[in-house]
Design a protein around this ligand. Structure first.
Ligand code: HEM
Length: 91
């Protein structure tokens, strides 16, 4: 599940067709589960820290690249958060 998620995160940064729409949908799913912006940040930091701890090839450049693509995916998800906040019915 985590591997698939990260492949999608990377594919979204590469501009793979359909993934932008899917991340908008995921924004809606996570909003329903009340996942806050703070939780996304904690998840990202913990994940990157764990990768760096267990993989000696995970250098500063690799960590920075993952931070960038994760933040990009989360920002696409948050576009959906904002759209729903402006439309409280959740439509
Ligand atoms: C880039 C960040 C993330 C991505 C790409 C992601 C991706 C996904 C995907 C693909 C699903 C399954 C959606 C479905 O059932 O159709 C999911 C479900 C879920 N995610 Fe995330 N997730 C992310 C971050 C987080 C974070 C930070 C949290 C909470 C700390 C979280 C909590 C959940 C929960 C509670 C579910 C529902 C699980 C269930 O219904 O069994 N996710 N996520």
């Amino acid at each position: 599940m985590l591997k698939t998620t990260l492949e999608m995160v990377a594919g979204h940064a590469e501009g793979q067709l359909g993934l932008c729409m899917y991340f908008h949908l995921l924004g809606k799913v996570h909003r329903r589960h009340q996942v806050s912006a703070d939780m996304f940040e904690q998840w990202r930091d913990t994940l990157i820290q764990a990768a760096a701890e267990f993989n000696p090839r995970c250098d500063a450049q690799t960590r920075g690249a993952w931070e960038y693509v994760i933040d990009y995916a989360v920002s696409t998800m948050h576009q959906r958060f904002r759209a729903e906040a402006a439309q409280p019915s959740g439509a």
